[in-house]
Design a protein around this ligand. Structure first.
Ligand code: SR1
Ligand code: MG
Length: 403
């Protein structure tokens, strides 16, 4: 009998006992083992368990209510989804995700590699640090995890088994509401609009019916295009970085959806960092961000073509011209979902510190308008985005128009 045979919400002390019980192969120094809660996400509890001998692991634990709102309840099965997908992604994109040591569907917890030497990318970018390997790493991660879980590469019945295993209705519903509905209408009255931008938001988002039609198309693409096994929440708070390495974690929103959702999230979150750098007059940082947006996109395209030719299995997917057609749809989706991420983090209930921490109200107003204006262009002209420079060009146009 163990106290962990039945689910309960763990404290840090429980997590310390839990890690020792579940990982007895680690030579824990029992006298000095302790745990600290270090999570700052919207959903889960994250404990670092460590001792004085240098042993340490991370225990991630799903509560029945979300941290962001006690009223929001989401299945704790999200912890299984996250653990299983990280184990799978470790095969496709080795070294780019944390190692999972064990997961447990009773306590809805997993124990993974401690990445204490890494920094959360969002906070690093808010300190205007740059990362020379990021574009290379994230493009490899995305091509390998997305293309190689798609129907063009996988045996179709095996792919459908994965679709089944990663059905994630409750977390998808959060995205369907927060990302793909509410930014356009505040239908659930929980948007958080910065008051000086209220009139701008009403005119540009709530009253733009042409935008609503495009947004509706994007929403149903998200819900019905089971193209690849997505991370599902690939923002800079889901990425750890050092100067040499990158690790993508926290894929609890994983499901089979359009590849562009992940790529668009990365681009949008780089734009949040650009806005923060711009507000604080960090010119060379902003140049690095611009260069990185371009590189992430162009490296993705380049590696996608190589991987496609190498791994494609489906007979019809080998048809002359199909690779470029397929890539074209992925890039259009990328633009569309970069747009929806930019909007939801600017006016929706789950915002980003890159923008909300801008102290000067005028500069924050400006940053938000850059987000909104670039988002609308990405959404309305999604088929025009063919390479990295196209994404950057829109950012510059929006930055000019927002003045
Ligand atoms: C209610 S959860 C709010 C947001 O946090 C997660 O990280 C996802 O981005 C979600 O949309
Ligand atoms: Mg998260």
């Amino acid at each position: 009998m163990s106290k962990f045979d039945k689910y309960f919400l763990m404290t840090a002390e429980d997590a310390a006992v839990y890690a020792q019980e579940k990982l007895p192969r680690i030579p824990w120094d029992k006298e000095s083992v302790q745990a600290k809660e270090i999570g700052d996400g919207n959903l889960n509890y994250v404990f670092r368990v460590f001792d004085d001998k240098g042993n340490s692991v991370i225990v991630k634990h799903a509560g029945e209510a979300l941290r962001i709102s006690a009223e929001m309840k989401v299945s704790t099965d999200r912890n299984r989804i996250e653990s299983e997908i990280l184990m799978l992604q470790d095969q496709y994109a080795e070294g780019l995700v944390p190692k999972i040591f064990m997961y447990d569907t009773v306590m809805c917890a997993c124990i993974m590699e401690d990445l204490s030497e890494y920094q959360l990318m969002r906070y690093a970018l808010m300190e205007h640090k740059t990362f020379p390997h990021f574009a290379e790493d994230i493009s490899t991660y995305m091509v390998n995890t997305l293309l190689r879980t798609s129907d063009v590469v996988m045996e179709h019945k095996a792919k459908k088994d994965l679709v089944k295993s990663f059905i994630n209705p409750e977390l998808c519903e959060i995205t369907e509401d927060l990302v793909l509905t509410e930014p356009f209408n505040d239908v659930n009255h929980r948007n958080k609009v910065f008051p000086p931008n209220m009139e701008f938001v009403k005119k540009e988002l709530y009253e733009d019916t042409a935008l609503h039609l495009e947004a509706a198309k994007i929403k149903f693409d998200f819900m019905n295009n089971a193209q690849a096994l997505l991370h599902g929440d690939l923002h800079t708070g889901s990425i750890f970085v050092t100067q040499e390495k990158t690790k993508v974690f926290d894929p609890e929103f994983a499901f089979y959806g359009p590849m562009g959702y992940d790529i668009g999230n990365v681009i949008a979150n780089l734009i949040f960092a650009w806005n923060n750098g711009h507000a604080y007059g960090k010119g060379s940082f902003c140049e690095w961000i611009v260069h990185t947006i371009e590189e992430v996109t162009d490296l993705f395209i380049q590696k996608f073509r190589i991987a496609y030719d190498r791994y494609v299995n489906d007979y019809m997917a080998k048809t002359e011209g199909f690779r470029e057609h397929y890539l074209g749809t992925v890039l259009a989706d990328t633009a569309a979902f970069a747009g929806t991420e930019l909007l939801r983090r600017t006016v929706g209930m789950a915002q980003v510190k890159d923008i909300t921490s801008i102290e000067d109200a005028n500069k924050r107003v400006y940053a938000e308008r850059v987000n909104i204006l670039s988002a609308k262009k990405y959404i309305m002209n999604k088929h025009a985005y063919k390479r990295g420079a196209d994404f950057v060009c829109t950012l510059f146009q929006a930055a000019e128009e927002a003045r």
